[in-house]
Design a protein around this ligand. Structure first.
Ligand SMILES: Cc1cc2nc3c(=O)[nH]c(=O)nc-3n(C[C@H](O)[C@H](O)[C@H](O)COP(=O)(O)OP(=O)(O)OC[C@H]3O[C@@H](n4cnc5c(N)ncnc54)[C@H](O)[C@@H]3O)c2cc1C
Length: 464
């Protein structure tokens, strides 16, 4: 970008909200995946009008723009593949309106996810989607990736809570999509197309989310298993028994040991696997549900079942789960975290399949994740400098995705396609599916300037 273009950006955003020095670009060149490409400029938006002016400028000058929340994405979504401008949304972060009577909250897209609950709690409400990154990811990033979380089994994922949004389209037009009413069928479900759009179709600036009443009571327990198969089968059996826990998190031996070496969270290092389970609702229902859970785990090699006696004990159990990724990251120089997902009835097959793949290619793997909704995170622990190990890992990942597809599952349950899984999307949705996505992208963004090269290539685009 030339000096006059940078000056024009400063006129839109103000001098202090535009970066263009080479050394400043490094921090905006990567997310939590492995891709790294430096942009030519970084801008910080605080109004929808600024975003609109930016997109009009970008279209006139034919410069690519990549929206960025907090860069915690695990699929390369906010990495500026074709350089250009990174549009940072993290200062665009106010609460616009809290409406307890309608159980709604309207926020700017850059608000950190965990900032909603303290506000909602004032009216005994909460925002159910709680990705592991809740303390630092943004609502805009969550909607763009359709983020899931620990409560997905009972409460669903981000898409289930998005009511309305303000969006700046790639050529700068501002539209409001969706509605605050419980029912709304005037036109296509356009807000829905932006959920999981990975920053390819427009920039969300304001988002209205639904809230739910905080459950009266919750019961938390840790089930310790002698076999990994037993833990996987217990997940299926608990749901088949008619219980829908709010959380059912799985951690295998490798993950448990990584956590305990990282920080003592009281997990048993000799167990084959554990399930962290929570039931909630009114007090008697939550307690009765947990009793049914105990019966099901006992049938599946569970050697110990302990209920948290108080909030402190519960918090310690959950702390272990929340640091699982960081703990695994400390085991080897690098890791590749996947989120292939299957229907929960196929979880035992999926866990066996992942273990077999790791053995076949002689790669260390830690498995943890949201087992209740079939969304595991097989995490390959590797050294990327070891070329031979990398080749084996690449083959293992291809097998893993194929396994998920063969089991009627999906290559991504919550992290999105971005750059990391782009090569595999066709296997999942077919050539016709890719063509449909390309046509939608072309309708919104005819010059392919908003976050180009992610999820799929356009027909005339060179694959990266
Ligand atoms: C430790 C850790 C734990 C995690 N746990 C989970 C988990 O449990 N569940 C889960 O789903 N994910 C998880 N993630 C992944 C990640 O946090 C989520 O994908 C999150 O939604 C990304 O939010 P972000 O603000 O960091 O977005 P970014 O990474 O900055 O961007 C993600 C995508 O959204 C687009 N985008 C961002 N803001 C906007 C906007 N306003 N308008 C349009 N497009 C936009 C970007 O272009 C990009 O394509 C985890 C990540 C880490 C590092």
């Amino acid at each position: 970008m030339n000096n006059s273009q940078i000056e024009e950006l400063k006129a839109i955003f103000g001098d202090s909200e535009v970066l263009s020095d080479v050394e400043d670009m490094v921090a905006y060149s990567y997310d939590a995946s492995h891709a790294e490409i430096q942009p030519e400029a970084v801008v910080f938006a605080t109004t929808t009008e600024q975003v609109s002016q930016l997109m009009k400028f970008a279209y006139r000058e034919k410069i690519c723009v990549t929206p960025r929340g907090q860069g915690s994405g695990l699929s390369g979504g906010s990495v500026p593949l074709k350089k250009g401008i990174v549009l940072c949304m993290d200062k665009f972060n106010k609460v616009i309106n809290f409406d307890p009577a309608n159980r709604l909250i309207t926020v700017e897209a850059g608000l950190t996810t965990s900032e909603i609950d303290p506000i909602a709690a004032e009216a005994n409400l909460f925002y159910p989607p709680d990705p592991g990154s809740v303390a630092f990811s943004t609502i805009g990033g969550n909607v763009a990736e359709n983020a899931g979380g620990l409560r997905g089994l009972k409460y669903g994922v981000t898409k289930d809570y998005v009511k309305m949004m303000k969006v700046v389209l790639p050529q700068g037009d501002i539209v409001t999509l969706g509605n605050k009413c419980v029912k709304h069928v005037a036109g296509f479900n356009m807000e829905g197309i932006f959920v999981g759009s990975e920053g390819l179709l427009g920039v969300m600036t304001e988002i209205t989310l639904a809230l739910l009443p905080i459950p009266e009571h919750r019961e938390s327990a840790l089930a310790v298993f002698e076999t990994i198969d037993g833990a996987a089968q217990a997940v299926s059996d608990i749901i088949a028994a008619g219980v829908t826990p709010s959380t059912m998190e799985f951690m295998d031996k490798a993950t448990i040991n990584a956590i305990q070496n990282f920080k003592d969270c009281g997990l048993p290092c000799d167990a084959a696997a554990v399930l962290l389970i929570e039931t909630d609702g009114n007090k008697s229902a939550a307690i009765a549900d947990m009793a049914k859970v105990e019966i099901q785990v006992a049938k599946n090699d569970c050697r110990d079942f302990s209920r948290a006696k108080n909030t402190a004990e519960r918090d310690t159990l959950f702390a272990g789960r929340r640091i699982a990724l960081n703990a695994l990251a400390s085991v080897k120089p690098n890791l590749i975290l996947e989120d292939a997902t299957v229907m929960r009835s196929k979880l035992p097959e999926m866990v066996r399949g992942i273990t077999d793949i790791a053995a076949k290619y002689d790669i260390q793997v830690g498995i943890f994740g949201h087992a209740g909704d079939g969304n595991l995170h097989p995490t390959f622990l590797i050294d990327m400098q070891d070329k031979e190990e990398m080749k084996r890992t690449e083959k293992a990942i291809i097998d893993l995705f194929q396994l998920a597809i063969d089991l009627e599952g999906t290559i991504s349950g919550e992290h999105g396609i971005g750059l990391e899984k782009k090569a595999f999307l066709k296997n999942q949705i077919g050539g016709e599916g890719i063509a449909l996505l390309q046509n939608i992208k072309k309708t919104f963004d005819p010059l392919n300037l908003l976050n180009p090269g992610k999820m799929f290539d356009m027909p005339d685009e060179k694959s990266v």
